[in-house]
Design a protein around this ligand. Structure first.
Ligand code: CP
Length: 332
């Protein structure tokens, strides 16, 4: 595999193979398969887990990595074609990416969307610009619409937690947040659960309905896997018999690129902070998941994060195991 761009584009058999290897790596973490190999990690946007887990993963497999954070420890990178570079960006990805690729066996890049024009971001212009100039294997560490590393790790977590596939009821819920956040994690989470064959419900206020392109891809994946995808604003209905509540905030697509208007809409939903009352219609041992970072008592109450439902820590730990399987697949 030379490109890891979106989990929904990866055949389920390949995902199953990666998850089997991830399990083996979890049991026996230290290997030398990637001795002498170098992974370049380029973070156009901040990270804790993705950065740390890829560096740790390469080290545990006998390889090494370097990290570039354009605009912080190095020149800011321009990603758009045809611009006159008189701004802060001193280097274009058309030079920067091939140069860094010449020092590495693969590149992983995080590139958030511009957040100005929804149609533009849905077509992933920055991701395409980066992939097009990368001559080495490319790993998407989160783009406008996709966080495939998180989704692969979340699939493993669901398997580890014993959540059933075809009969498993998975609720992806919008939650409140002080900022308008990107669509990558909700899109990838929804599509992962659909591809895993689960009964998926997206719970959100009307204004936060995910774009048709995102919902349609999830429905297509569910058709193949035997799962289903629904959406509702009714919390009681969504949580009925749920195995898992996966919370995540995202910006209102209807007000994309209009931060002032969007924040007014977001402020209308102060009770979308997950607490124990949300779980009343769910299965008694229903679980709580979140990709992290999470704002305590904004997205979810302490009582959930510190209580028996929360699986956020093993969920984050699985980033390491899942990504090591991916590194073996792409680099060995
Ligand atoms: N979940 C996730 O990708 O975490 P980071 O943003 O810290 O990498």
């Amino acid at each position: 595999m030379r490109q890891w761009l979106d989990l929904g584009d990866v055949p389920t058999e390949t995902i199953e193979r990666l998850l089997r290897v991830a399990k083996e790596l979890e049991a026996r973490p230290i290997r030398q398969d990637l001795a002498g190999k170098v992974l370049g990690l380029i973070f156009l946007n901040p990270s804790v887990r993705t950065l740390a887990s890829f560096q740790a993963g390469m080290a545990q497999l006998g390889g090494s990595s370097f990290v570039i954070t354009p605009g912080q420890g190095s020149w800011a990178f321009e990603t758009r074609r045809g611009v006159t570079m008189e701004g802060l960006e001193a280097e274009h990805v058309r030079e920067g990416i091939p140069v860094l690729a010449s020092y590495a066996d693969a590149l992983g890049v995080r590139c958030f969307p511009r957040g100005v024009d929804l149609a533009e971001d849905l077509s992933e212009p920055t991701l395409r610009a980066l992939v097009n100039v990368c001559p080495k294997p490319y790993l998407n560490l989160e783009s406008a619409l996709s966080h495939p590393c998180q989704a692969l790790a979340d699939w493993k977590s669901l398997d580890d937690f014993g959540v059933p596939r075809s009969q498993g009821k998975f609720v992806l819920s919008w939650a409140k947040h002080p900022k308008a956040l990107p669509l990558a994690v909700p899109a990838s989470t929804l599509q992962m659960a659909a591809q895993r064959g689960m009964q998926v419900t997206v719970l959100r206020p009307e204004e936060f309905a995910l774009p048709a392109q995102v919902m349609d891809k999830a429905r297509t994946l569910a058709q193949v896997s035997g799962g289903s995808v629904h959406e509702t604003s009714d919390r009681e209905e969504a949580m009925q018999g749920a195995h898992v509540l996966y919370a995540k905030s995202w910006q209102a697509p209807r007000f994309y690129g209009q931060p002032a208007e969007e924040s007014v809409v977001r402020a209308q939903y102060p009770d979308w902070c997950v607490d124990e009352s949300w779980f009343a219609p769910a299965l008694p041992d229903a679980l709580f998941m979140h990709c992290l970072p999470v704002r305590r008592n904004v997205v979810v109450k302490d009582e959930i994060l510190d209580g028996p439902r929360s699986r956020v820590l093993p969920q984050a730990a699985n980033r390491l195991h899942a990504q090591k399987a991916l590194l073996l697949e792409m680099l060995s």
